[in-house]
Design a protein around this ligand. Structure first.
Ligand SMILES: Cc1cc2nc3c(=O)[nH]c(=O)nc-3n(C[C@H](O)[C@H](O)[C@H](O)COP(=O)(O)O)c2cc1C
Length: 354
């Protein structure tokens, strides 16, 4: 698959998720098999461009190309300006958000609320495409509500305007996240346009990924919530699509190693206070559904320092390893990643917490 001049190494994309898919998580997902990642949405409103949060979300330093940056807003002129601004800061691809149902965005008729005003969609597409000479992509839902599923109309308009690729979430704006995603509209979009389309919504297992790919005829798949705490889903889907076989889940040593590195990056980059708090939600997702994790999760949510977070995490996984050893489990040999791999950071390194 190509997006403009960029060859996408495999058709599995990490969905943009504000507050989740920062550059560390994007990098992790790439390492574990995602072929394409998109930044969290960045506000086009110039007044909000220079906040601490916007600067953090707009940090693409050191990211692998192509760097795809998503912008959100409803004013064509601001959207054009935001596109230029982000290209100057390193964006290789600009993605326009018309998929987000969040109130904050939609009250200002941005995100998926724009789908009810195709004229404004056209003005935004024209303004952004004219403003930058990098590929511009678009992320949409299937329409404003179940009575008006106008994704084919919007997709056709987008292709004619010069949009380089589309991502379609199989819900309408009014569905928010309720009910099941439907793939008939995505299938209709795929038949109507010849630019690459990513199918998105409720892709949670390799089997479902294969079904959605086959049914919709999409060029690629975009995975959001199922990657939270489970970046391994990309390699599992890839393996299944390539071989028809299911990979076993990562063993506890690998989960711990990935978590340690991820957390250390958050602590280091955001500073200990914010890093510990950002880490909490990822920890919650990583440990969800793991054996006997309720108590560790509760303690981890209360931990206030990087050192505490690592200590509780290590003790939880060590207990698991002892238990597994007793049962002669194949993953009983718990060891810290820093002993084996140069690119893993020592737990707590640089977090100022010892
Ligand atoms: C926490 C969260 C944040 C999101 N932020 C964005 C965003 O910044 N931009 C966007 O286009 N969609 C955003 N979405 C929507 C996702 O990209 C995706 O379309 C949706 O979650 C459906 O895919 P899934 O079922 O694989 O999660 C967000 C979703 C979640 C759960």
């Amino acid at each position: 698959m190509h997006i403009g001049p960029y060859k996408i190494s495999n058709p599995l994309a990490l969905a943009p998720m504000v507050g989740v898919t920062d550059k560390f998580f994007r990098r992790l997902c790439r390492e574990l098999g995602a072929g394409y990642v998109v930044s969290e949405m960045l506000e086009s409103n110039p007044a909000l461009r220079d906040t601490r949060l916007s600067r953090q979300r707009g940090d693409f330093a050191g990211e692998e190309s192509p760097v795809a940056v998503q912008i959100a807003g409803s004013e064509p002129a601001w959207m054009a300006e935001a596109a230029v601004y982000n290209v100057k800061r390193g964006a290789d691809i600009v993605d326009i958000n018309m998929g987000c149902p969040a109130k904050k965005v939609c009250n200002k008729l941005a995100g998926s609320a724009l789908l009810s005003d195709p004229g404004q969609v056209q003005r935004i597409l024209d303004a952004v495409i004219k403003a930058v000479d990098v590929p511009v992509t678009l992320k949409i839902r299937t329409g404003p509500n179940p009575a008006i599923r106008n994704a084919v109309e919007i997709a056709t308009m987008a292709e004619a305007s010069g949009i380089a690729a589309l991502a379609v979430h199989g819900r309408t704006r009014s569905d928010r996240f309720q009910g099941q995603a439907e793939y008939d509209t995505i299938r209709a979009v795929c038949s109507a346009v010849s630019i690459p389309v990513f199918a998105n919504g409720d892709i949670e297992t390799p089997q479902k990924a294969a079904e959605v790919l086959g049914y919709t005829g999409a060029d690629g798949l975009m995975v959001g919530r199922a990657a939270q705490g489970n970046p391994w889903i990309f390699r599992e889907i890839r393996h299944y699509l390539d071989t028809g076989e299911t990979l076993p889940p990562p063993c506890p040593e690998e989960v711990l190693a990935v978590m340690q590195r991820h957390l250390a990056q958050l602590h280091q980059s955001y500073g200990e206070y914010q890093g510990v708090r950002v880490a909490r939600k990822h920890i919650g997702w990583y440990l969800k559904g793991r054996d006997n994790s309720a108590e560790a999760r509760m303690r981890l949510m209360r931990a206030d320092t990087a050192a505490e977070q690592f200590a509780i995490l290590n003790s939880y996984f060590c207990q698991g390893a002892q238990h597994a050893r007793k049962e002669d489990h194949q993953c009983s040999n718990l060891s810290y990643p820093s002993r084996h791999s140069d690119h893993f950071l020592q737990p707590g390194a640089g977090a100022g917490s010892g």
